[in-house]
Design a protein around this ligand. Structure first.
Ligand SMILES: NC(=O)c1ccc[n+]([C@@H]2O[C@H](COP(=O)([O-])OP(=O)(O)OC[C@H]3O[C@@H](n4cnc5c(N)ncnc54)[C@H](O)[C@@H]3O)[C@@H](O)[C@H]2O)c1
Length: 321
């Protein structure tokens, strides 16, 4: 039995589907908050609820008593996949406390849950490429210090890794952090650029192109990310302090303007571009060094933008048009 937080979210939904298809029972937790339209979260949940092995608990991961109740009810859980978080770099300028609640308090409460679950074999949680900030050298390797975050979001994700390390050290349960690099695909997140670009391109509205398009992103397709998460679940760290982190990225960064051109081709529409300066808290480039993930997790991202973007656009058309 696997407890999965953020089950109604983009990555959580796809991960739950993969785990259910592999025959696991999944206890999904999510508070269905309105950071983006909860109708999309509910639509994802509807699909998950069609599986016999899926149970949903609507709850806030930062609510310790609520999580204790869930842990008591599902005490035979062997794994936690903790993906719930307040995501997004730009929103952390507007609503900093949401990040403290979900990413700091929420991470701590989930670690407490892990610590007390008697049958727990592995705690796997989401981190982010944003922990590398602007000072890491591309491709970003695991030996980078990651102590110069340029956004509050990044600071909370890096803090989450440290909290996990301290718990693995104190209580000796295996914990693994996965640093995801710009994940995209069907059922994706409306607040992310690829999504809002597609929406505006279809609606004939201008898109805001930050840093005049001079940004590089390591866009990673959702199915590749899910394969990495599922593989990590079976591979707890054998070290004395059983905590480690991995990069899950495509390791083929693309220029923002090339990315927009791919959306234009796949949607058969032209973008109206509004050039803008660099946004506060943003980084110039992300690029994963995935050597460790390849060696230990057998992680091999397979999906090129030319395949992944049309798959997203097909879903978008189907869902919204
Ligand atoms: N999508 C990406 O490109 C990306 C990149 C790096 C890291 N991540 C991380 O991956 C994880 C999943 O991201 P996603 O893209 O699926 O985002 P998402 O926003 O679609 O999913 C997160 C889910 O968690 C839920 N949630 C948030 N706070 C909660 C709380 N306090 N209690 C219960 N539920 C709560 C939300 O309702 C949402 O359904 C997050 O930890 C995020 O930080 C994502």
């Amino acid at each position: 039995m696997i407890i999965l937080t953020g089950a109604a979210g983009f990555i959580g939904f796809h991960t739950a589907q993969a785990l259910l298809a592999a025959g696991h029972s999944v206890i999904g937790i999510d508070n269905l908050n309105s950071y983006y339209n909860p109708a999309l979260k509910r639509a994802r949940l509807e699909k998950l609820k069609s599986h016999k092995g899926f149970t949903f608990c609507e709850a806030n991961i930062a609510d310790a008593p609520a999580m204790e109740k869930i842990a008591a009810q599902y005490a035979s859980a062997t794994h936690i996949v903790h993906l719930a978080a307040q995501a997004g770099v730009r929103y952390s300028l507007e609503n900093p406390y949401a990040y403290a609640e979900s990413n700091l308090m929420g991470q701590l409460v989930m670690l407490e849950m892990a610590r007390h679950l008697k049958n727990l074999k592995h705690f796997v949680y989401a981190s982010s490429s944003s922990v590398y900030g602007n000072s890491a050298k591309a491709p970003f390797g695991l030996d980078e210090r990651c102590d110069e975050p340029v956004s509050l979001y990044a600071a909370t994700k890096r803090s989450g890794e440290m909290l996990a390390h301290s718990y693995a050290s104190l209580y000796k349960f295996p914990a693994t952090g996965l640093r995801f690099f710009t994940v995209y695909g069907p059922w994706g997140r409306p607040d992310m650029a690829y999504f809002s670009f597609t929406k505006n391109i279809f609606e004939g509205k201008p898109i805001k192109v930050f840093n005049n398009g001079d940004l590089r992103r390591d866009f990673t397709y959702i199915d590749d990310i899910v394969a990495g998460i599922v593989s990590a679940l079976d591979k707890p760290s054998p070290n004395a302090v059983p905590h480690r982190v991995f990069n899950l990225g495509n390791h083929r960064p693309v220029q923002l303007l090339d990315f927009i051109a791919t959306i234009e081709r796949a949607s058969n529409h032209k973008a109206i571009m509004e050039m803008s300066p660099m946004a506060a808290g943003d980084v110039y480039e992300t690029c994963a060094d995935i050597t460790e993930s390849q060696n230990t997790l057998g992680f091999e991202p397979k999906t090129t933008l030319d395949k992944g973007i049309p798959a997203f656009i097909e879903w978008y058309r189907d869902y919204y048009q």
